[in-house]
Design a protein around this ligand. Structure first.
Ligand SMILES: Nc1c(NC[C@H](O)[C@H](O)[C@H](O)CO)[nH]c(=O)[nH]c1=O
Ligand SMILES: CC(=O)[C@@H](O)COP(=O)(O)O
Length: 189
């Protein structure tokens, strides 16, 4: 569903878990800073309105969206956070540079989610025009920063819950022989 059919700032507040004990990092690109500051405002507001204490929010700036990858990596490695929000705005110019920056940032942030245990939220606008960016950073289509804050809270909670289920699995009484299910015999590894 395209963004134009969904307001980025709207979410079901009943679906948000308790976030007051989570810590969040926010890494903000300085390229197109009128847009990224708007996205950051949306993200911080989204965290605060869901009971995240302001002292649990750590913000760093980086020069451009390409540097979000390294900034997010160092944030999660050094700041004891439960999730990181990477904020950027890439706008098509005259050359193919847009394509390379967008591909690198999306792949790099994906890699951080694969290679580390801390969720990194992709809050990077990849727009054709400045107007599209304005519309998505607090304009008529809402604020992608708010969407990112909600995603960060939900993923921090999922990570926290998963750690408990992992502990349960380790202490779970493991079957000592072939697992018999009617009509099917499963052999323990
Ligand atoms: N054109 C945009 C850039 N370009 C800069 C790169 O992100 C990077 O900082 C540079 O190549 C040095 O490594 N960055 C954006 O965030 N948005 C743009 O529209
Ligand atoms: C995304 C970019 O790097 C781009 O805005 C730079 O502009 P240009 O392609 O005209 O050099």
């Amino acid at each position: 569903m395209a963004t134009i059919n969904k307001n980025l700032s709207e979410y079901d507040k009943n679906s948000i878990p308790d976030a007051k004990n989570f810590r969040f990092g926010i890494v903000v690109s300085e390229w197109n800073d009128t847009i990224t500051e708007g996205l950051c405002f949306g993200a911080v507001t989204g965290l605060l309105e869901n009971e995240v204490p302001s002292e649990n929010i750590i913000r760093w700036n980086v020069p451009g969206s390409f540097e979000l990858i390294y900034g997010a990596k160092k944030m999660l490695q050094t700041q004891n956070v439960d999730a990181v929000i990477a904020i950027g705005c890439v706008i098509q110019g005259q050359t193919k540079h847009f394509d390379f920056v967008c591909e690198a940032v999306s792949q790099g942030i994906k890699d951080l989610n694969v290679e580390t245990d801390i969720p990194v939220i992709f809050c990077v606008l990849t727009d054709n025009t400045m107007q599209q960016s304005i519309d998505r950073s607090g304009g008529k289509h809402g604020n992608k920063g708010t969407e990112a804050a909600v995603a960060a809270i939900k993923m921090a909670y999922l990570r926290h819950q998963a750690s408990f289920s992992h502990q349960f699995k380790n202490h779970q009484l493991l079957s000592t022989g072939p697992l018999q299910i009617e009509g099917l015999t499963m052999i323990e590894e």
